[in-house]
Write a protein that binds this ligand. Structure first.
Ligand SMILES: Cc1ncc(COP(=O)(O)O)c(C=O)c1O
Length: 458
């Protein structure tokens, strides 16, 4: 069977592709293979059609993209740097076998305005909402980063803003709750279910059904009904486009491996998609939580099965009767039982590898990056760091591993302290290094002026 393919804004019949490449998805129906689609009640069909229509019109609108590019540059702070993580790489090499220890590079989305990649999508969609004549924005948030990004974009564009957030997430991401309020948004805490991202998304969808006339729902990841996964991917692809050009300049080649954490999958899709046709190994890292037991992790691609959640078909954590299971992760932004349909497709195609990293491994990586680089990563991002460190130890020294540093960890400092039992020990690494330096100096003083047996000065 040949399907026609279409990007989110194209009119039916505009593009009929017989031989479809992996980058040519979604189809005109919003399908990535069997995944994706739009499983929504009647009330939302009109809103989704309006969104497809507006998106189609702005895809060709050079003025819209010029305006977005200018704001990304002057207000968001793009391009974010590509940084060669020499401290972390040295640490890995000191512990790996001869000739092992790949070089780690970080795409610094933590340096984007508001501290994470989420702003790329929030700004783009808020500008779309203005084009559609909407005056109110709603959004769901887990870690609070998407909520903060949305509240920030709304403050900039003069839009009313309501953010849904599970009360458990509001507890562990208190700093971001206050930030959203400071920016003028209303934070609506959700007390149903596990009081996390899934429940916040349910409530936001419910709100949208009753308010579509005036309200645009800015979904924060590559999830939800068509056209959201394609739209969010496009706004986040700026990460991968920049990273590709920066890699060529800094490494003289494309990276050998790209690693990104996966909640819904937007930072991963953003860095993978522009390079998806290249011969680069790509790894998405899910939250392995405490164990692989049901309810103790948030790894639908690793441990779930295909099902429908929040308007699209994708891998989902569910029981035998199809009821969505609870998820768990130490990081609020990965604590979600579903994932984007395109990742489900990439997994089945064997194009991207997916694995899971536990809470403890992520927490260790959180401290490791802080102490070897002076960069405190988000707990979500720490999952990708943990995997990259493991991989770098196995790869040869001349390999380059690019990690999407999706966000900064200020929001997580209190929660990380709690998870560490309320006490953070000083860095052993630095003490060992300092003692080594002291020993060297002592030996140096002792040998000063003496000749070595072979006649060389020490
Ligand atoms: C810093 C950071 N990274 C990653 C994620 C996960 O989202 P996604 O998989 O859509 O990138 C979040 C979600 O809140 C986040 O705040």
């Amino acid at each position: 069977m040949t399907e026609t393919t279409q990007n989110a804004g194209e009119a039916p019949g505009e593009q009929a592709v017989e031989e479809r490449r992996i980058s040519d998805y979604p189809t005109r129906e919003g399908r990535f293979g069997v995944y994706g689609g739009a499983y929504v009640p009647e009330t939302l069909v009109f809103a989704l059609e309006e969104l497809i229509e507006t998106y189609r019109s702005i895809r060709e609108n050079e003025q819209f993209w010029a305006e977005l590019r200018e704001l990304l540059r002057t207000w968001v702070g793009r391009p974010t740097p590509l940084y060669g993580a020499n401290g972390l790489t040295r640490h890995i090499r000191s512990r790996s076998g001869k000739d092992k220890g790949a070089k780690i590079w970080l795409k610094r989305e933590d340096l984007a305005h508001t501290g994470a990649h989420k702003i790329n999508n929030a700004l783009g969609q808020a500008m779309l909402a203005v084009k559609m004549g909407k005056t109110r924005i709603i959004a769901e948030t887990g870690a609070g980063q998407h909520g903060v990004a949305t509240a920030t974009a709304c403050a900039h564009l003069g839009l009313a803003c309501d953010i849904y957030m599970g009360s458990e997430d509001a507890r562990r991401q208190k700093l971001n709750v206050v930030r959203m309020q400071m920016l003028g948004a209303r934070v609506i805490e959700v007390d149903s279910g596990s009081r996390t991202l899934k429940d916040a998304t349910n409530e936001a969808m419910r709100d949208w059904m009753g308010s579509v006339e005036t309200t645009h729902y800015i979904i924060g990841s590559v999830v939800g009904p068509h056209p959201f996964p394609a739209i969010v991917r496009e706004f986040q692809s700026v990460i991968g486009r920049e990273a590709m050009a920066q890699s060529l300049r800094a490494m003289g080649q494309m990276p050998d491996v790209i690693v990104a954490c996966v909640g819904g999958g937007s930072n991963a899709a953003g860095i993978f998609y522009p390079m998806i046709e290249e011969e680069i190994r790509m790894i998405g890292v899910e939250a392995g939580g405490e164990s692989s037991d049901a309810g103790r992790h948030a790894a639908p691609l690793s441990l779930g099965s295909p099902g429908i959640l929040h308007g699209s078909m994708s891998y989902v954590l569910q029981d035998e009767s199809g009821q969505t299971s609870e998820a768990h992760s130490c990081s609020a932004g990965l604590d979600y039982p579903g994932v984007g349909p395109e990742h489900s497709f990439w997994k089945d195609q064997g194009r991207v590898e997916y694995c899971a990293v536990t809470d403890q491994q992520a927490l260790d990586a959180f401290l490791l990056l802080s102490r070897t680089e002076g960069i405190v990563p988000a707990l979500e991002t720490s999952h990708a760091i943990a995997k990259a460190v493991e991989l770098a130890g196995e790869e040869s020294k001349d390999a380059n591993i690019l990690v999407n540093l999706s966000g900064r960890g200020d929001k997580d400092v209190e929660e990380a302290l709690r998870l560490m039992g309320g006490e953070v020990k000083p860095s052993e690494m630095r003490r060992v290094q300092r003692n080594r330096r002291k020993d060297k100096k002592r030996d140096g003083d002792r040998n000063a002026g003496k000749s070595q047996p072979d006649g060389k000065e020490s």
